[in-house]
Design a protein around this ligand. Sequence first.
Ligand code: MN
Length: 234
Amino acid sequence: MTDRPASSAFVIEPAAIPSLPVQGSDLRFPVRRIYCVGRNYAEHAKEMGHDPNREPPFFFQKNPDALNTSGIFPYPVKSSDVHYEIELIVALGKGGTDIAPGDALDHVFGYGVGLDMTRRDLQGEAKKMGRPWEIGKSFEASAPCGPLIPVSEAGHPAAGEIWLDVNGARRQTGDLSQMIWNVPDTIAYLSAYFTLAAGDIIMTGTPSGVGAVQRGDVLSGGVDGIGTLDVRVV
Ligand code: MN
């Protein structure tokens, strides 16, 4: 467990706490960890060359300081194949371990729309060599996110369209009901391996249609009943 000394006790200035805006509020949601679910829609698993049958979920993390609420995505260094992945974001207002699926939604503060931007070439090399995915997934500004909408306003969406347009042309479409591991099951599964806490967010995977971005592209995505997200690649 981390000690929390007074700020005057640090030898350098502590970094700011990463956070997301909350719709209808001046207060922000402080982000502790970002968990991401891999291959959680069957059609996306197939397009990436994998079996879409229900295998146990797998996870990776992005660093909270990769959150990007600017509406601008700077094309990252060391890649020439950067992909968009539109995703539903789940924000936890309460933590726990070994959370039962039937109790899992009680832990949700709200939902949002995000992009799991991916240096696909670097991820591909890492996969081939059996190495971790960090270099492909967890780089600066790699998690563009819109505001969170609290459960009190959005409820718990189990179905609804999720989409992404690039320069006005539809590229990704799916429905939340097509998730291989739905939100309660994902929270329950994660909580068996990690101690979840208030402030953790989960990026729940992307539907099919992923592809490369170019500088100048405008990405416009959304989830029915949750919100939209507009990001320009520069
Ligand atoms: Mn993803």
